[in-house]
Design a protein around this ligand. Sequence first.
Ligand code: SAH
Length: 222
Amino acid sequence: MQQFKDTFKHKGRRRQLIMELAQMGIADERILNAFDAIPRHFFLDLAFDEQAYTNMAFQIGSNQTISHPYTVAFQTQLLEIERGMKVLEIGTGSGFQSAVLCQLGAKVYSIERHQPLHLKAKQVLAHFKFYPSLFFGDGYKGNRVYAPYDRIIVTCGAPEIPSVLIEQLKPGGIMVIPVGEGSEQKMLRIQKNESCQIDTQEFGTFKFVPMLERTVKTQSKN
Ligand code: SAH
């Protein structure tokens, strides 16, 4: 069972991580402050408590991983979030990225295809009194009900850019998505201008768990 204790040790390690992120090029103070406000170890099993503030990915169950802190910070920075924006996330996972977006004042909608992860993320986020709209489902389809979105963030490696997600992006909106088949993806920032033309920029190579179709209800073995 998850314990929610934030000790001086945790806080110290978190400060260290934030300094590292700043050195790695995360310049947006609001993002660094959000990382300070949200204890990452709350989103991990106790076994990873010691390493929660190292720049690493960890297993979160259902054979999935929480993204590296740098990856979360980098994707968030590319999104240019303003308070009140509607943000769709594909791949709730542990809920950590959703928490960062909520802390920045976004109105978050997040989809997860593994039910146990979806349920666990809901619990952890409620501890912070964050109540994003969390959905158990297939993120390939996005979520038409609340579309269009100011921002879309995909936190799993997509084999290609899902056209449905482009459709659900507001004119003037930004989507950040790692695209590529296999173990590595290119981080893309896709901007839709007011006349719905698409401009794509590339921001380096990252490693994500794959974006897969269909939902999974039962807990799979790690
Ligand atoms: N944002 C998460 C990252 C988790 S890893 C975090 O902060 O922890 C990516 C997640 O995407 C995994 O949990 C995986 O199950 C989920 N995923 C993969 N394909 C998906 C799809 N088609 N729809 C919704 N979620 C998906």
